[in-house]
Design a protein around this ligand. Structure first.
Ligand SMILES: Cc1cc2nc3c(=O)[nH]c(=O)nc-3n(C[C@H](O)[C@H](O)[C@H](O)COP(=O)(O)O)c2cc1C
Length: 358
């Protein structure tokens, strides 16, 4: 199976299945001398974890990370960094009934069609469990970016009809388990989710992300434009159905006189573009929005087929997320960090002054 690696200079490969022994990531290209601490990686994993509220999957994974290589005395050596996260709370028997039946909205059917077999335990490789490996690798990318003054924050921007505004406090979403940037509206959000939950249904969501401190000049013409790399990164997250940069689909209603960001000696007057021009960062904050579909595993029966093509009925009960957006902000942040770390190193390879080796 190919397609498990992302990035060129800061290259991340993930491996593992939801109910296998472990998942993990190998990072090739991380510069030497970067602090790499288990605690910092686990802190990011804890933000993505299950069971942080009653409205997310109750699977309980400790998400301890083992650093197998590429780090000595808590500092990267420049050789591949291998990260391992063991699966501790897999209940494969819950999935035995889906061994020969396809769950609509999941990857069961398409994996079977492509490979002629599939790991039916907990969604196998297609499971969002894989995103823990991305978050672990992303934690290292974030350390690299922080050393350059680049910070990334994502927040829950919408759930169904509810829209949330981010104020000037960029950390407001960190005060609650939903990454809601308006903590005073958490009760409203919980009431809304409770109604969806009681109806045995799920709901879509939008997560917005911003990177600040990004220098002008990141992004490679023409197929590896910064916005193209961000779109690929976000689209590769399970359940993502749309990605927008800057004003996104709002541009359809805008005039050029409104959208183009005027410039002056003090900088840009606005940021409709979302921080990229011609696929290269402009020095403005990078802004993107990511839309997540409502999850398919809900306790309502739905028509399906078995692997022989016979009609079947599927009803999914057990430990599931009724709204992916509640857990997605750390994953979105990690993917943006992987893009920016990769583009930063690629830019340095081509554009830096002659290397000094002191
Ligand atoms: C953090 C996260 C948690 C998820 N949890 C669930 C879940 O509990 N139930 C479910 O049906 N889908 C869940 N998904 C989505 C499925 O993994 C995804 O829809 C499925 O693999 C099919 O892929 P696709 O939607 O990208 O086509 C989750 C996705 C993410 C990012």
């Amino acid at each position: 199976m190919s397609g498990n690696s992302f990035g060129q200079a800061f290259r991340v490969t993930t491996f593992g299945e939801s109910h296998g022994t472990a998942i993990g990531a190998v990072i090739d290209g991380c510069p030497p001398g970067l602090p790499v601490e288990t605690a910092a990686i686990e802190a990011e994993l804890a933000r993505r974890a299950t069971a942080r509220s009653r409205f997310v999957s109750q699977r309980r994974e400790p998400d301890r990370v083992e650093i197998l290589s590429g780090v000595l005395d808590s500092v990267s050596t420049g050789t591949p960094i291998a990260l391992l996260i063991r699966n501790a709370d897999a209940r494969s028997k819950d999935y035995a009934r889906f061994r020969d039946v396809f769950r609509p909205g999941h990857a069961d059917f398409s994996y079977q069609a492509k490979y002629g077999r599939r790991d039916w335990r907990g969604g196998g490789r297609a499971s969002a469990r894989e995103t823990a490996a991305r978050v672990a690798a992303g934690a290292i990318a974030r350390t690299l970016l922080a050393a350059e003054g680049i910070a990334i924050r994502a927040w829950l921007a919408a759930v169904g009809e509810l829209e949330f505004e981010r104020g000037s406090d960029l950390e407001a979403g960190e005060s609650n388990p939903y990454f809601c940037p308006q903590p005073e509206r958490v009760q409203e959000l919980e009431d809304y989710l409770q109604d969806i939950w009681k109806a045995g249904d799920s709901i879509g969501a939008r997560v917005d992300v911003e990177a600040t401190g990004v220098p002008a000049g990141l992004g490679e013409p023409v197929f590896d434009k910064l916005d193209a790399a961000i779109a690929q990164a976000m689209m590769s997250i399970p359940a993502v159905k749309a990605v927008a940069i800057g004003d996104g689909f709002e541009v359809v209603r805008q005039r050029g006189s409104e959208h183009r960001d005027a410039m002056g000696p003090a900088g840009f007057g606005s940021n409709h573009a979302g921080g990229t021009l011609g696929g290269i960062s402009s020095g403005q904050p990078i802004r993107a929005s990511v839309a997540f579909k409502p999850t398919s595993s809900i306790p309502q029966a739905v028509d399906s087929i078995d692997s022989a093509g016979n009609p079947a009925t599927v009803k999914v009960t057990g430990r599931h997320d009724p709204c992916v957006g509640l857990r997605a902000p750390p994953i979105v942040e990690a993917m943006l960090a992987l893009v920016l770390a990769d583009q930063l190193l690629r830019d340095r390879a081509q554009n830096s002054k002659p290397l000094s080796r002191e």
